[in-house]
Design a protein around this ligand. Structure first.
Ligand code: MIG
Length: 819
């Protein structure tokens, strides 16, 4: 008989003693087939001890710790024999208590830790842990007590948490999973994997983001299972009434993050794991990549191709062939005889050069990087002290242990020469880590893990993040006050502190366009805001239509880069001829026009923890059908985009959240809260702007910084409901913003049938160099007769096709437009 170990019957007191369950197929290792397993559950709590913001409960042997971090975040962890592991996390660099407003109470049924906004209940009957909000509405409750199973091979435990899954509950998050946005009914594993040409539903992929958001009956909460071992999540897949997360080692340790809105959960997740630093503004431009552009003459043909055709571009990438025998930090002098000159020439033409770096270091005593790493014992070793060796591009390789701070420091320093040559960004590949044949390292490889030593089982999922951290921190030192630009394939929660990501080796297919759209939204809501796909698809051949539709999606991906595998045909924005080239140009130009809006959205992320892309469910989580929408999303909260994901489409259905929206192309005003049909000829995709928005716009530039911006266009969308917008400005490439040298402009728009007002307030120490705004007011319901700015009349304005245009000095406080 198969016994249900995930019993939720509250009348059944969980077993206190070790329990043998024959015939249960182990959740972790289906490959093991049938084997007896021994699971142990928390028993009955019999005491509590408080130490500051930490509370310890015990059943006599196991201990549970609850730590109050903020009024909405509590961390739980379990020590099977009462001894907790060292409190160290790559995901959460500083665990600071940010509240003192909590108290412990107790009655016959439970212990209760309360903050002003949430309560954590520890049942005295069965050690179930529950969370509720200040209205006592339970948002999360154990379905069985937390439990574990001894790992006889490696020591430690497999650890399990199981919560009740409600019939209407939906789930989001987990990073880059290539499946429906809503994760309900599915099971996942996190184990960073080089997944060339991955498919819909394939799991795992490149990243481990063990964080999910649940929404039930209008209330959202998040669980961040901060555990770097191979981890697993089940959202009602095995049993529709249970949500489980478990891991092959480490501690059962998770953060409960309260909403009630999904946006609150994401923002609070960023309190724990940090946000992305401001990127240099050029990094938000268009980037062109290929495996590989070489030799130098080819790179010059490509970059010239952009300028000749007037297609904006900021980034040009060198893939592995720039190196000498794929040795990191070297150059193939046959292909690139004078990299310094080439990079300088490209820079003079407005291109930033980004180079790839892999973790595998060629075993070769005449190669200084290898020699030094070997002498200083920086490479990973197996359990018996043999070197971890594997084949990757350079041939036989060893691999730096990036979990060692000394190794990171060394690695970071290696970029000095590349920076002196003018390299502007570093692309970190193969850092899952990937090894030909074997896939990755064997489990027994040892890692220093910042002094908290462990095997590859523990370090695998953070290896890539620590590599790009070494890269980022090294660049940050070398560049001094200039912002580094890095991109990584692998990562763990918190990677956003160091890098942008691309979604890896996708395929040139319509299905992958759809996957990419979902992945970017999902990464965004999982705390990885700066993300993008290989536009066009890495492997395979897109036709012109697919490529153009992908450029259109990419225009609204935070990271916009076209990339393709070496065995494919040419893949530049002009490779498909007309009409595609002109449309691709139009969209890349749109990206540059919207640059100040996108940059401001980035600030909103960096400073306040908002995601950049927001699926409509994040706009309106109370509308249940939104929990199943995954095509349309907003960039920031003002611009809604719905990519076209099928060939030959002349129309598509778009859902607009409640409120009023302007069709970006036609300025037509549309009521939201419903689906609308939108025309989608090849040269447009549905784009809508929320009424009341102020969208700043730059003139088209061929690259960021090409023009001295003399005037910023302010597109103001009339609204009869008061609406707020903001614009962020600063130097665009330094860390002066950390010293508060920036400007946050706040705009408030309000209208009636006879008048409209625009108010501006300024905050910050930065002064932009341009003097004027060029106003374009869309959707005025009346013909304007008078415009007054700060009590002075504006006489020079035009009104055509319901668009009001005039110029004014940027320092205005109040504009009144009257009938
Ligand atoms: O084994 O550097 O995902 O973007 O072009 C392939 C060559 C290694 C995989 C990356 C891809 C890159 C390619 N790399």
């Amino acid at each position: 008989m198969e016994e249900n170990i995930l019993n939720t019957d509250p009348n059944i007191v969980a077993p206190v003693v070790e329990e043998e369950i024959e015939g249960f197929r182990h959740l972790n290792n289906p490959a093991d087939g049938i084997k007896p397993i021994v699971k142990k559950y928390l028993g009955i709590p019999n005491s509590v001890v408080q130490s500051g913001n930490k509370f310890y409960f015990t059943d006599g042997e196991a201990k549970v710790e609850a730590v109050v971090i903020t009024n909405e975040i509590i961390r739980i962890r379990v020590a099977p024999h009462g001894v907790f592991l060292e409190d160290f996390s790559y995901g959460v660099p500083k665990l600071e208590a940010r509240t003192t407003e909590f108290k412990l109470t107790e009655d016959a049924d439970e212990y209760r830790i309360s903050t002003p906004n949430i309560r954590c209940h520890i049942s005295k009957k069965n050690f179930f842990i529950a969370f509720s909000d200040s209205d006592n509405k339970v948002t999360s409750v154990d379905a069985v007590p937390m439990h574990w199973e001894e790992n006889t091979q490696f020591g430690g435990y497999y650890v399990f948490g199981t919560k009740v899954c409600h019939p209407s509950e939906t789930f989001f998050g987990l990073g880059d999973k290539p499946t429906e946005l809503n994760l309900r009914g599915k099971r996942f594993t996190n184990w960073n994997t080089d997944a060339y040409s991955f498919q819909w539903g394939q799991d795992p992929l490149y990243r481990t983001i063990p964080f999910y958001i649940s929404v039930n009956e209008g209330i959202a909460h998040g669980i961040f299972f901060d555990n770097t071992f191979k981890s697993h999540f089940d959202f009602g897949a095995e049993d529709a009434s249970k949500t489980s997360f478990w891991s092959d080692g480490g501690e059962l340790q998770y953060y409960y993050i309260h909403g009630p809105h999904m946006m609150d959960v994401v923002k609070r997740y960023h309190i724990l794991t940090g946000t992305h630093p401001m990127p240099p503004m050029w990094a938000l431009g268009y980037h062109q990549c290929r495996w590989s552009y070489y030799p130098e003459s080819k790179v010059r043909v490509i970059t010239k191709g952009f300028r000749d055709r007037k297609i904006p571009c900021d980034g040009i990438y060198l893939d592995i062939d720039y190196m000498d025998g794929y040795r990191c930090f070297t150059w193939n002098r046959k292909y690139f005889p004078d990299p310094k000159k080439m990079i300088a020439d490209l820079a003079a033409d407005g291109f930033k050069t980004v180079v790839i770096i892999d973790p595998g270091i060629r075993v070769d005593d005449s190669y200084p990087v290898f020699k030094e790493g070997k002498e200083k014992r920086y490479f990973c070793r197996r359990s018996d002290d043999y070197f971890m060796e594997g084949h990757v591009w350079p041939g036989r390789c060893q691999f730096p242990d990036f979990t060692n701070p000394e190794v990171r420091e060394w690695w970071g320093g290696l970029f000095d020469e590349l920076v002196q040559l003018g390299v502007a960004g570093v692309w970190n590949d193969m850092n899952e880590p990937a090894v030909f044949g074997a896939g990755t390292f064997p489990d027994d490889v040892r890692h220093q893990y910042d002094g908290h030593r462990g095997s590859h089982r523990k370090a695998h999922n953070v290896y890539g993040m620590q590599m790009v951290r070494a890269t980022y921190e090294g660049l940050r030192k070398i560049l001094k006050n200039k912002r580094p630009f890095t991109i990584t394939r692998a990562g763990y929660s918190g990677l956003q502190r160091y890098a942008s990501v691309w979604t890896g080796d996708n395929v040139a297919s319509w299905e992958h366009l759809k996957i990419g759209n979902i992945q970017c939204q999902r990464l965004s809501m999982s705390g990885v805001p700066f993300c993008g796909t290989d536009i066009g698809g890495f492997s395979g051949e897109p036709d012109g239509e697919l490529f153009t539709r992908w450029i259109q999606l990419g225009t609204f991906s935070p990271f916009m880069r076209a990339h393709s595998a070496g065995d494919t045909k040419e893949r530049e924005p002009w490779s498909f001829g007309e009409p595609f080239t002109a449309i691709n140009r139009k969209f890349i130009e749109l990206r540059y026009r919207l640059m100040p809006y996108m940059y401001s959205t980035f600030w909103e992320h960096h400073r306040y923890g908002f995601p950049i892309l927001r699926p409509v469910v994040m706009q309106e989580q109370d509308v249940q059908s939104n929990h199943f929408r995954q095509d349309e999303f907003t960039y920031g909260d003002k611009i809604l985009v719905c990519p076209v994901l099928e060939p030959g489409i002349q129309f598509r259905t778009v859902y607009l959240p409640k409120g009023k929206w302007y069709n970006f192309w036609t300025s037509e005003l549309v009521d939201g809260g419903k689906e609308v049909q939108v025309e989608t000829p090849l040269d447009t995709i549905p784009i809508f702007v929320k009424a009341g928005s102020v969208i700043p716009e730059y003139p088209v530039q061929q690259y960021v910084g090409e023009l001295e911006i003399e005037e910023v266009k302010l597109n103001v969308y009339y609204s009869d409901i008061e609406a707020n917008s903001f614009v962020f400005e600063d130097y665009g490439e330094t860390f002066a913003y950390e010293q508060d040298i920036y400007l946050e402009k706040k705009f408030q728009v309000n209208g009636t049938q006879t008048a409209m007002t625009i108010q501006q307030s300024l905050e910050g120490l930065y002064t932009p160099r341009y003097e004027n705004y060029n106003f374009s007011i869309v959707g005025l319901p009346f013909k304007p007769a008078n415009i007054m700015v700060d009590n002075k009349w504006v006489t020079n304005f035009t009104f055509n096709n319901s668009k009001l245009e005039f110029r004014h000095n940027k320092n205005f406080k109040m504009i009144k437009i009257m009938k």
